[in-house]
Design a protein around this ligand. Structure first.
Ligand code: C2E
Ligand code: MG
Ligand code: MG
Ligand code: MG
Length: 289
């Protein structure tokens, strides 16, 4: 429906519960419209492989620019999309969009494994396997170029059910990464039962790794664990050379963070990988050594 005249301002954090409920409803309505109006986009953040000095992976991150509200952070709207159920339709769009993009890169001779965030709400849904199959078929993306990223807390609840679910993806040839690792309450004895490929160390442990001994110890312990279980590790949120040096020293192979690049729109990502990184990486990586 048409919006009369004047600009509506949107305050997400308001005082009364009632206001907040209204804002939630408003945001839900905006999200439904956003799906129709193509307001969502995926950006891609490179993961640099320190062993080979290449970029072969990227995380797909959702971006939303609303015509009136402007940029809305996924940290603000994803939880509402989850509570309202919109995440199901939105998540499906994300999967397809990411698969088509990865296929486009593949066609252009650039093999980038794209890691797609899957909400716990989506993960619990029984259709997810079919939706993933569908996205792969429609896009004709080779399966090994898709990774699903699930948070530690989503994976570690309903252990038996989730092992079965993850196994289905594994059997299809799709990779699984555990996101925000270290922030949940993993039972380490369960961890080895899960058919997963990668642990993503949460940014909160990387942030102060050069000054906080506890964080450094946790990261070291995660690295050791991953090594024992033969899992890959991605260190998330690496912003500085100092952090990179420490992480590299601990043996982390994949680095994702502003130090190398922010999440980028597809065309900029292509340019970054094929031109800028190649030029920049030599001096940047030399610094670690
Ligand atoms: P996440 O999956 O843990 O994604 C990593 C977040 O860290 C992203 O924030 C990324 O931009 C940010 N980041 C990466 N490197 C750095 C760094 O060096 N410094 C700092 N300060 N931040 C860094 P973003 O894009 O705002 O996403 C926030 C969260 O929203 C994500 O956390 C994820 O939980 C959710 N999200 C984003 N896109 C999607 C999506 O497509 N589907 C679902 N279900 N959730 C998504
Ligand atoms: Mg993620
Ligand atoms: Mg994360
Ligand atoms: Mg996170």
């Amino acid at each position: 429906q048409a919006k009369e005249g004047g600009r509506r301002t949107f305050k997400y954090y308001s005082n009364t519960l009632n206001d907040r409920a209204l804002e939630r409803l408003q945001l839900e309505e905006y999200m439904r419209a956003a799906l129709q109006n193509d307001e969502f986009e995926l950006y891609y953040q490179p993961q640099v492989d320190l062993k080979t000095n290449e970029i072969t992976k990227a995380e797909a991150l959702l971006r939303w620019t609303h015509p009136e509200l402007g940029f809305v952070s996924p940290a603000d709207f994803i939880p509402i999309a989850e509570e309202s159920g919109i995440i199901i339709e939105l998540g499906d769009w994300i999967l397809q969009e990411a698969c088509f993009q990865a296929r486009e890169w593949h066609e252009a001779g650039l093999d980038i494994r794209v890691s797609v965030n899957v909400s716990s709400v989506q993960f619990k849904q029984t259709n997810l396997v079919d939706n993933v199959k569908n996205a792969l078929e429609l896009s004709e993306l080779p399966k090994h170029l898709l990774e699903l990223e699930l948070t530690e807390s989503a994976v570690m609840s309903d252990v038996e059910d989730n092992i079965g679910r993850l196994q289905m993806f594994k059997d299809m040839g799709i990779r699984i990464a555990v996101d925000d690792f270290g922030t949940g309450y993993s039972s380490l004895s369960y961890l080895k039962k899960f058919p997963i490929d990668t642990l993503k160390i949460d940014r909160s442990f990387i942030m102060d790794i050069d000054t906080n001994e506890n964080d450094a110890a946790i990261v070291k312990a995660i690295m050791l664990l991953a090594d024992t279980m033969q899992l890959n590790v991605v260190a998330e949120g690496v912003e500085t050379l100092e952090q990179l040096r420490i992480i590299d020293n601990y043996g982390a192979q994949y680095i994702q963070g502003y130090f190398f690049s922010r999440p980028l729109p597809p065309a900029e990502f292509t340019k970054f990988v094929t031109e800028e990184f190649a030029e920049k990486s030599t001096w940047k990586l030399d610094l670690i050594g």
